[in-house]
Design a protein around this ligand. Sequence first.
Ligand SMILES: O=C[C@H](O)COP(=O)(O)O
Length: 255
Amino acid sequence: MTPGIRPLVAGNWKMNGTSASLNELRMIGNGFMSGLDAETEALVCVPATLLHQAAEILSRTPVRAGGEDCHPKESGAYTGEISAEMLKDAGASHVIVGHSERREQCGDNDSIVHAKASAAWRAGLVAIICIGEKRAEREAGATLDVLSRQLDGSVPPSATAANTIIAYEPVWAIGTGLTPTAADVAEAHAHIRGKLTALLGDAAARMRILYGGSVKPSNAVELLGVENVDGALVGGASLKAADFLAIAEAYMNMS
Ligand SMILES: O=C[C@H](O)COP(=O)(O)O
């Protein structure tokens, strides 16, 4: 946690969920209506097919709905793509850009992620910019260099604490059940804070830096209690309301 920064617990449903899954979202919304929102902010990023319904369901709760990716352009001949403006129109408040699955599977490099973050701001969305090292990079001792390079390339200079959130997600920890040690998370997040300060100046002090990668109720207290960890980006465990709410409750246990 960082003193003065209200934590954010964000879900990322990835390519999971149909309208039948919206009941989990209702339960997440209801859970935050019963007091959790005093401790944390919450967001669930859902597939574009569910976004309009998700935003409508969550509109009566403190939880917000977000998109999982956007195209850099506002509109045009880009079959199958979705612009930040379309996400905003469907009810999104945030959009994830540069998730490692997009970087690995869809060719999203730092310069594309940079353009997508700018597109998010153009549409009035908060950009959640993801960075993180691969297993081989960690084993080679290159983690901090990789994070610096990704921040240099992906974060536009006009990023502020209001329009940008950074998510540190070690690629090898995503969906694997493996997590870095608390000391490793602390080192990475301190490095990210320092690099952001060098890039953005004062704006970095209050910018949220989330941890993502196999966060679940059983490890949330340890991972989210680390200095400079200002919340979580949760994949698999965000699909079950009980797990997502239990992760958010981890913050209550710390305060
Ligand atoms: O965006 C979320 C991350 O990829 C983490 O996914 P996970 O919690 O299933 O490991």
